[in-house]
Design a protein around this ligand. Structure first.
Ligand code: RNT
Ligand code: ZN
Length: 429
């Protein structure tokens, strides 16, 4: 594979021209770069191993609506391999990052530890690793791939014992999230997504929702070892999943009201809506009422909600909305996808760089100009400028951003990732 290296002096020279272009539209590129780099992006750990986790299991379990497809070699098989892969990603993707873990990534030294008795100690290696790097950790309850989730119901299960187990799991995770946040001095977002739903024609859509509400209220009740200063709970809805095509208990409507009335965070996943439905128009609606939102950056394709994130219109629209509404400080960003058919480290870097590009391009928009034109009835001029800016010298600012962040400029990262594959990933057999 070839790599066309661009001399640093060129990057800076092209940048000066681009800077003048954007300045003529009233946009400060230096500011856009520093704001883009500052914004934390939480990298999901589960792309590295196809959402398998490190649990010791002696029974077969249902994926719970989560299905990674593909057999590409190099999957991370344990915490050390996963941390090595993530460290590589952090060298190739610019900007501030956090790491987003799931409860199934506990490290129990070969012992079987049930999910309702997990403790912060099972995450001590992750915490030490993050502390060394000065990055924060976010966390997720794992309500899937478990014998007690095989019915497709967890917190909304009709059997009280099953619900109790999952409530205890939730509480254990809140203690862990509290410990993570406190140890790293950075609040840990604890996201709750559960697969509960029905494949076909539910006769009762009501009772499971009632039970889910009650279970969540108990899971979120104040309790010893949980401090909401460090543990910030979020709930994530979905339209449908594998095995829950007709009905999902925790729909977006359910959680929108739940989060608002309980003062917790609503999570919007870009892949969790109707195939032609996008989330950008929802932001200015929810954020009139909600204080903040967690965004799962993903890419739906037909039945799948979890393709690698690309710098496409859907992603750009999300960041345009946030930048136009001055709302970047009111959202938390987390990637969420898994593709087992390609190099997994590259999957991360492609997505993380795409997010950062979308952020930068939104911050380079001449928002004041566009709003002014719109306000004065100059609809065509507004549209024309939106189109003009699309072919502006964006790449020169992007390259300069990468240079300033100390990550490879342009496609140089691809060669570095290839070498990592050759030297590390392909040796995992
Ligand atoms: C599933 C949700 C959820 C998961 C992760 C593994 O549809 O998007 O966020 O992807 O928790
Ligand atoms: Zn998600």
């Amino acid at each position: 594979m070839t790599s066309v290296r661009r001399p640093k002096a060129d990057v800076q020279r092209f940048y000066q021209k681009a800077k003048a272009y954007y300045a003529s539209l009233g946009v400060n590129t230096d500011h856009a770069i520093s704001e883009t780099l500052k914004m934390p992006l939480s990298l999901h750990c589960w792309q590295a191993d196809d959402v398998r986790g490190f649990e010791v299991r002696d029974v077969t379990v249902d994926g719970g609506g989560i299905l990674a497809t593909g057999q590409y070699p190099g999957r991370a098989r344990n915490g050390d391999e996963m941390r090595a892969d993530l460290a590589m990603v952090l060298r190739l993707a610019p900007g501030t990052h956090r790491i987003n873990l799931h409860a199934i990534y506990a490290e129990t030294d070969g012992r079987k530890v049930e999910r309702d008795v997990l403790t912060p100690a099972h995450f001590s290696r992750w915490i030490a690793w993050a502390r060394e790097r000065g990055i924060g950790i976010d966390f997720n309850t794992s309500f899937f791939a478990h014998p007690l989730a095989n019915d497709g119901l967890t917190l909304s299960h009709p059997d009280r014992k099953v619900r109790e187990f999952w409530i205890r799991h939730g509480v254990a995770c809140r203690r862990i999230a509290t410990a993570m946040g406190r140890a790293l001095k950075s609040p840990c977002i604890l996201n709750h997504w559960l697969p509960d739903g029905r494949k076909d024609s539910p006769a009762d859509r009501w009772s499971p929702r009632r039970r889910l509400m009650d279970s969540l209220d108990r899971l979120l009740a104040p309790c010893e070892g949980v401090n909401t200063r460090w543990c910030r709970d979020a709930v994530e809805g979905k339209l449908f999943g594998i095995g829950s095509e007709d009905y999902v208990v925790g729909s977006t409507e359910f959680y929108g009201s739940y989060a608002l009335t309980r003062g917790i965070i609503l999570c919007l996943d870009m892949g969790h809506f109707h195939p032609t439905e996008t989330i950008h128009d929802k932001l200015s609606a929810y954020l009139q009422f909600h204080r903040s939102l967690l965004l799962h950056l993903s890419r739906p394709i037909r039945w799948d909600s979890d393709h690698v994130v690309l710098f496409n219109d859907d992603l750009r629209s999300v960041f345009q909305e946030l930048a136009r509404g001055d709302a970047l400080s009111r959202v938390m960003l987390a990637t969420d996808y898994f593709d087992a058919s390609i190099n997994r480290v590259c999957a991360y870097v492609i997505g993380a760089r795409a997010v950062r590009k979308a952020l930068l391009s939104a911050l380079l928009e001449p928002v004041d100009l566009l709003k002014r034109l719109e306000e004065h009835g100059q609809g065509a001029a507004k549209l024309a400028w939106i189109e003009e800016v699309k072919s502006g010298p964006f790449h020169a600012v992007w390259d300069e951003l990468c240079r300033r962040a100390g990550v490879p400029v342009g496609g140089d990262w691809i060669e570095q990732a290839r070498r990592y594959e050759e030297q590390v990933l392909l040796k995992r057999t």
